[in-house]
Design a protein. Structure first.
Length: 129
C-alpha cells in the first residue's frame, strides 16, 4: 500500500512528521512493501518553483492511507470521500511511521480526534482541544 506521511522537510524517511496534516510543507509517499520513497511539495512548501500538491491529488499518487499526528474534520472528511484511510502515529519521523504501520502500531483515526482549529504552527492539536 502507498502511504502518505505529512512531513516538515524533504528528507525522505528521515523527515520529521509535521505536527498537523493541513500545514505540512511536504508529503512523503512510501510504498509499505517495497520501501520506495517519493517526496512531493504541498501548497505550504514556500518554494515558488515547486508543484502544488493538494490532498485531493493523493489518489493520483496511488495513496491508500495517510499516517499523521493529527488533522482537522474537513481534511478527514475529504480523505474519507477519496477512499483514503487515516491512521495516527506517535513516531517522530516518516521512517518510524512506516515501521509502525508495518508492525500494526498505528491507530485508526476517529472523527472525534479531529482538531477543532485554533492551533498555531508548531503546536499539535490533541483530540480537538
Amino acid at each position: 500500500m502507498r502511504l502518505c506521511i505529512p512531513t516538515g522537510s524533504d528528507c525522505g524517511l528521515d523527515a520529521p512528521i509535521a505536527a498537523h496534516f493541513g500545514s505540512a510543507p511536504y508529503f512523503t509517499l512510501v510504498d509499505s512493501e517495497s520501501g520506495a520513497v517519493q517526496v512531493v511539495a504541498t501548497y505550504h512548501a514556500h518554494h515558488a518553483h515547486e508543484t502544488c500538491e493538494p490532498p485531493t491529488s493523493l489518489p493520483a499518487h496511488g495513496v491508500g492511507a495517510v499516517i499523521c499526528l493529527g488533522l482537522g474534520r474537513r481534511a478527514f472528511a475529504s480523505l474519507q470521500q477519496l477512499g483514503i484511510d487515516v491512521f495516527l502515529t506517535d513516531a517522530g519521523a516518516a521512517g518510524g511511521a512506516v515501521q509502525a504501520f508495518r508492525d500494526g502500531r498505528v491507530r485508526a483515526f476517529a472523527s472525534a480526534a479531529a482538531c477543532q482549529g485554533g492551533h498555531r504552527d508548531g503546536q499539535q492539536c490533541h483530540g480537538g482541544s
